[in-house]
Design a protein around this ligand. Sequence first.
Ligand code: FAD
Length: 389
Amino acid sequence: MDKRDVVIIGAGAAGMMCGIAAARRGRSVLLLDHARKIGEKIRISGGGRCNFTNLGTRAEHFLCANPHFVKSALGRYRPQDFVDMVERHGIAWHEKARGQLFCDGKATQIVEMLVRELADAGAEIWSGTTISAVEAGFVVQTARGAVQAESVVVASGGKSIPKIGASGLGYEIARRFGLPVVDTRPGLVPLTFGAQDLADFRNMAGVAVPVSVRCGAGRFADDLLFTHRGFSGPAILQISSFWREGMAVEIDLLPEGGLATALQAARAEAGGQAVQTMLARLFPRKLARYLAADFGFKGTISDLSRADIRALEARLRTWRVTPTGTEGYRTAEVTLGGVGTDALDAKTMQARHVPGLYFIGEVVDVTGWLGGYNFQWAWASGHAAGQVA
Ligand SMILES: Cc1cc2nc3c(=O)[nH]c(=O)nc-3n(C[C@H](O)[C@H](O)[C@H](O)COP(=O)(O)OP(=O)(O)OC[C@H]3O[C@@H](n4cnc5c(N)ncnc54)[C@H](O)[C@@H]3O)c2cc1C
């Protein structure tokens, strides 16, 4: 039987980082992946340019049943550590808004960098290899035969985008070894609406507006994009991780105010204009038409009383919509929930009651906001396990 010190299940972001750290310590490392092409999520990330970290990463950028769990790993592998690796490999990058770092060129540069680091450190990769079981001891049964390992690191990711290799294997392994799994659901995903709302929104597909959105404990200011099935755009992807069935999402269409100024300017121009014409100063034409119809005021802007203006402002600043669902794992960027953090050691990612078994990356009940936080978690948790596995 093949023998290795460390077998890593999943050669994605977290698995590769863990493999590099473990192999550099002199451990014999084998990464297993059922996909023929590894690192596919990195390749498609950040619109093909990989938002590989966020310089402002802090614990509050993550959803997790235990909000303190991420602190140790994030504190010991920082965004700058990853930037140093990127720069050692001569990969050009730039900062977009709010600390988000992207490659200037293609995201595949990050995959190539990690593969080169793995090769330099002496780690081996078996891609296109199905895994049928992980047995106590540990013996990993694969399509290329059984492999015995001192340590098994599960880095198989979440359920999002099944067509490029996502599977529920990590959760099955956790349950098999008695670890709890927090219910999973799609996160960072567009929200969908019922027929009635869609009839109203559909002809606005393609319209984008800056908003501030609120739902549960989440609050984000960014763009909302109307789609044929509902709402998308960064503000909506962010809030989707906080949304649950039956909840309303509250949208402020005037995150920077502006109604009074628009009204003043419109009145100075011509008091006889319709509310819709005035709203078109603030919003794209199709949205202005919808909002005016929804407000239902029949007169001109000169007819608006103070109370009408207050009511209009309230309507624009607290627009409540109730989605019926999400686009699901087909398009979700991440999976909420996962292996329960209470069962893991926050410093090493090792299962508390199963020595030698580790869980890292997205398979764990840790989900970052949009903006490079999910990769930073993958690097940091992978690095933490790689120091000890
Ligand atoms: C479209 C999209 C864009 C994204 N953009 C960004 C971004 O710009 N910035 C950011 O921070 N995050 C982004 N994310 C999220 C980020 O990609 C993930 O959080 C991150 O890849 C998780 O790393 P991971 O190693 O845990 O899992 P993954 O990268 O998903 O790797 C898991 C690996 O395990 C393998 N695997 C799964 N099941 C099995 C099995 N049964 N047997 C063998 N192998 C298996 C998979 O093939 C895969 O290679 C994006 C996600 C998507 C879907």
